[in-house]
Ligand binder design. Sequence first.
Ligand SMILES: [Zn+2]
Ligand SMILES: [Zn+2]
Length: 135
Amino acid sequence: MDNLLNRIKKDYPELSIKNGKKFTFRPPKTIIIGPSEPKMELLLLHELGHALLHHEDYKTHVDRLKMESDAWEKAKELSLKYDVEFDDDLMQTELDTYRDWLYKKSRCPICGLTRFQTPDFKYHCPRCELLLNKK
Ligand SMILES: [Zn+2]
Ligand SMILES: [Zn+2]
């Protein structure tokens, strides 16, 4: 891991890499490294993926999922460059947690139906808003 970290620091001197509670990318140029774990090299490459793709705000939740899968695709590329073994299962598990999160976020707290987002990022429930409009 130290070896990988040193190579990344050398290749991307513009990035600031710090230790923290969990793996995160903080736009525009900060990568936070979480606690030691078996897959930490891939998690680091994933956060590097966000940085190299210039991901900024997580505007809509749907875009967030797209950003996550793009960052994983980038991590896959980087894993070849840095000789880190890529793990598709890890990628799928990580993406699933975003899918679950997205699903929970999008559920209507009143009726449980899946809501949709308008361009202003507000959620709307097709059922409850219809009922409101009828009143
Ligand atoms: Zn990510
Ligand atoms: Zn509803």
